[in-house]
Design a protein around this ligand. Sequence first.
Ligand code: P0H
Length: 705
Amino acid sequence: MEKLQYPEAHRDETIVDNYHGVEVSDPYRWLEDPDSEKTKAFVDAQNAITKPYLASCKAREDIHDRLKQLWDYPKYSCPARYGDKYYFYKNTGLQNQSVLYVQDTLDSEPSVFLDPNTLSEDGTVAITSSKFSEDGSIFSYGLSTSGSDWCTIHFINTETGEKYPDVLEKIKFSPITWTHDNSGIFYGCYPDQKGKTDGSETEGNRDQKLCYHVVGRPQSEDVIVVEFPEEPLWRIGAQVSDCGKWLIITPVKDCRDNLVYFTELKSGMKMNEKLQLTQVVDKLEADYEYITNDETKAIFRTNKNAPNYKLIAIDLLDYKQEKWVDLLPEHPDNVLDWACAVDGDKFAACYIEHVKNVLQLHSLTTGEKLRTFPLEVGTIVHFTGQKRYSEIFYQFKSFLIPGIIYRVDLKKDEEPQVLREIKVKNFDPSLYKTSQVFYTSKDGTNIPMFIVMKHDAVLVNSMPALLYGYGGFNVSIQPTFSVTKLVFVQHLNGVLAVANIRGGGEYGEKWHNGGRFFNKQNVFDDFQAAAGYLIENGYTSSSKLSILGASNGGLLIAACVNQRPDLFGAAIAQVGVMDMLRFHKFTIGVAWVSDYGSSDDLKHFENLLKYSPLHNVRVPENGQYPATLLLTADHDDRVVPLHSLKLIATLQHTLGKLPQQTNPLLIKIETKAGHGGGKPTMKVIEESTDILAFIVKSLDLTFKL
Ligand SMILES: O=C(NCC(=O)N1CCC[C@H]1C(=O)O)OCc1ccccc1
């Protein structure tokens, strides 16, 4: 394999920042301007070497065709009832976006209600959020373009299918919640800002307002009903209560801990002035999520004094903390992942027990458990049910099960019936097995990991392995059906490993806290220990081991490559957070200080500098860096592309010319794409093809159809 010649990237040695007396140079600062000619030229030059490298993989065609073939299976959401109709999303298989269907009954012929594929030629316009009005007469939905977090809100009359003329702009991180007179919605919007707001900008998002919009009227008439001008970083969560009498306001500053306010919504009330709010929670110290209410008794899911979360009841007319009562006490081991009020006086509760879901039904009055629904080892990926209906639906998935949708009518106390069982053509799950192992990390902590491979796999360190992780933001990485990962297992005789490392929510707050702030190194230790486990137990060897992660998981990959370049054969970091000293300066990055801390603080600066990928690229004492592929996109306004651009420039500058660095150090920058949400199927398949082709070529593997 001839040695790659990397593009020369200008280094501005005059850029030196002073952090609490410590000087840190930042020679690729100029790459932070996405619109400069120099940055555009850099992007083109990088793509110009990466695309041919990926195209030169002899198996690329086979990989692409097999991914497409396996992807082409029907995908459904659970049905949900609004008004007197059922709605559900369906993708026939290769459609770029799923289509929203409507039917009178579960057995009647569905018809297309909204097909987002008609909204763009290339499927880059996606539905990112939606809410039906209380009586189901109007459907409101958010559309995002090219994967940006920005969206516009639209309205459709569900009777006539007619679109209303009003379109709401400047929407980001916004609730959609209806007043029960079906006349309008509360939503969050940002004031006009200088420059573009199409998702390719890097400006920070500040001063979100909660507004009220009357359907059919222009947005210019909308009124700001809640704002916190002294808190420009707050994002304002809002929810009209199930009974319609209250508006619950839950401001959040970063990625955990919110406040709680409420106000009464008197019927016929004109939304033409600021709402008078009553504050219930005045400290940013825990999560509080509104679940439902019974008259003035409001139910919240919280981790206040409950690291595994619990349900509490707060009387809105007597809301002092000493009056709060537990409705569903904290489970000693399992994490209360979500709850949903159903069938008048009940609620569904979904727990995470050693990374698999447990679904139970409880009494809303007493909290007592009424029943447990039988489940395999896997994940409830979707649930629909409402207080007004006795019918619930839930969709189960696992590594080898693409989807089973169950229906239960709680009035009949019946066993769950299979409403729909997804089948994938040309894939036989019986050939594979899933196991859960527990391995010991550097500090002795037991970490769970799922392993998927063929039944007849032999553990002689010979299998290619793909190790995936995330490790942050209280996010739990649960089993789900991934075509890309199954193609790796099937056609490379590979082993898939998903490590549930600290920083996630798999074991509640203790797990999240165990991997954030000054404990962040535990996340990297856990992931490196997962690699060690796979090697020591005969699954694979370093030269056959690929690691994969996205976003905070991209940080994980890049940090582990810096710390143990010898441990991995290939590393793929998608839309990674790579500059830990400057992440809070761009778009919504400031919200991540709840996991990372900020370099504005001395102690956090010292901690961040230790693992920041951009600041820890060093020539290995012996050997080289693994084959490294960074992936990003021009409209990623969640994790702006500059992170990956600066890192690849640093990798290529520091290592690219070394004779021993024969492994490729590459980046691919996609166009008309963002952080990942809403990405059209064709682009997802293209990206998966790149990832597998990179692994096959870099590790010289044999792809067997
Ligand atoms: O930034 C995040 N979430 C964290 C996130 O997306 N992160 C955190 C690190 C990088 C990236 C990721 O891992 O996807 O979401 C924005 C948001 C929206 C609404 C309310 C609060 C916050």
